[in-house]
Design a protein around this ligand. Structure first.
Ligand SMILES: Cc1cc2nc3c(=O)[nH]c(=O)nc-3n(C[C@H](O)[C@H](O)[C@H](O)COP(=O)(O)O)c2cc1C
Length: 388
């Protein structure tokens, strides 16, 4: 009787200790308590989560919510993150992994890493050097960067500052003159592909961004860098956009054309029929539709539909090298990040962006070594196991 009660008490005590915030999660170390581990300098940051912590502390409420906000109740943004936890990596042993090569070739360009910077507009909300700082950090390390139509600096200036491989992200305008001007500026700047964002027939309902944005007196500078000298503020984004626009675009631009925002096999097949050169599986980081559909869950059907006919990139919720590995194993040619490098920019400017890229690259190499693969083409579906 006594011993039985004692056993119950011990179990209760153990449950209490394990659940106690005082104890934290000891196996995860101090980083399980982010408030105890906010780095004071960029070099101290050990992962993306720590840099996120600095950005949260440094940025105004309006700027913070501009970056992190998903649409509506945040279901899609959360799904993007949660999807990675559904996959486990089947690591292999006793492989010589002293030399690991993360390089790849995309549209004839050699890249040292499959980590790509997704386009993000209005970066001056986070740092005065905005896209110039981002481009410099990416260029310095040779990462491919996509630059948004709605940047604070013109595309020519951004590419000159960065010097690295750059793709131009186009928000189509109902005015063909605007589209022509943007395509010409991208080509003149030396961009090597056009990325048409197709997930924006309207703007997602980003409640926190709207709420905190309208309450702060200091509105961020309008992201009109690509419209300097253009008479009046043009409309970008077009709810009338249909597949026929791609034919117009093909006739206007010789650069490889990618669609950003494809999440179904049906649309992937239509893209093939329209001669598109590449796809980016994306839901804008969960900032558009309230679908609850994670991009990682959409990736396999898109990869299967194109059947090797074109490269398929993916973005949404990638925060660690192991996430990159999982996406690559599910068939992505390369992976893109948005918020992680924007946190780097908001926290430490150019050095923060560079640190995020460096940390994620190092994490990818590490998980490849554990998995026993020495090149990206060795990462395949057989290296994953679905939790369950
Ligand atoms: C602040 C912010 C601005 C963005 N601006 C654009 C944009 O101008 N054009 C675009 O195609 N996507 C834009 N995106 C979406 C990103 O390109 C990308 O799809 C998304 O951030 C990836 O998800 P992640 O943030 O979880 O990595 C933006 C995302 C954020 C967070």
């Amino acid at each position: 009787m006594d011993s039985g009660t004692g056993g119950m008490h011990r179990r209760a005590l153990l449950r209490f200790l394990l659940g106690s915030p005082l104890l934290g999660a000891p196996w995860a170390g101090v980083l399980a308590r982010p408030e105890l581990a906010v780095p004071g300098s960029v070099g101290e940051a050990l992962d993306v989560a720590q840099i996120e912590g600095v950005a949260r502390r440094e940025l105004s409420a309006a700027a913070w919510h501009f970056v992190v906000n998903g649409s509506d109740g945040g279901r899609t943004a959360e799904a993007n993150l949660a999807a990675f936890a559904e996959w486990q990596i089947r690591v292999r042993r006793l492989v010589d992994v002293r030399e690991v090569d993360t390089g790849l070739e995309l549209f004839g360009q050699r890249l040292p890493s499959p980590l790509v910077l997704a386009p993000a507009g209005g970066q001056m909300a986070l740092h005065p050097e905005a896209e110039l700082a981002t481009a410099r950090a990416a260029g310095r390390r040779g990462h491919l960067a996509m630059m948004s139509t709605v940047s604070n600096f013109p595309i020519g200036e951004i590419v000159r500052a960065g010097g690295g491989p750059t793709w131009f992200q186009l928000y189509a305008s109902p005015d063909p003159g605007v589209n022509r001007m943007l395509l010409a500026a991208a080509a003149d700047a030396g961009c090597t592909a056009i990325v048409l964002t197709v997930d924006s027939p309207t703007r997602g309902n980003r409640l926190a961004e709207r709420w905190f944005g309208q309450r702060s007196g200091d509105a961020p500078p309008a992201p009109l860098g690509n419209f300097v000298g253009w008479p009046g503020r043009p409309q970008v984004g077009d709810p009338a956009l249909e597949w026929g626009f791609l034919d117009w675009l093909r006739a206007e631009s010789r650069l490889p054309l990618l669609l950003k925002g494809i999440v179904t096999a049906e649309d992937a097949r239509l893209a093939l029929e329209h001669g598109v050169d590449g796809l980016i599986v994306s839901n804008h980081g969960g900032r558009q539709e309230d679908s609850g559909l994670a991009t990682l869950d959409c990736l396999p059907e898109v990869v299967e539909a194109v059947d090797g006919g074109m490269p398929v990139l993916v973005d949404g919720g990638i925060r660690r090298g192991s996430d990159m590995f999982t996406a690559l194993a599910l068939g992505a040619t390369a992976v893109c990040i948005g918020r992680p490098y924007l946190w780097g920019l908001g926290a430490f400017g150019e050095a923060g962006v560079a640190r995020v890229l460096e940390l994620l690259d190092a994490e990818l190499v590490r998980i490849m070594q554990f998995a026993g693969v020495t090149a990206l083409d060795g990462i395949g579906r057989g290296m994953l196991r679905r939790r369950g």
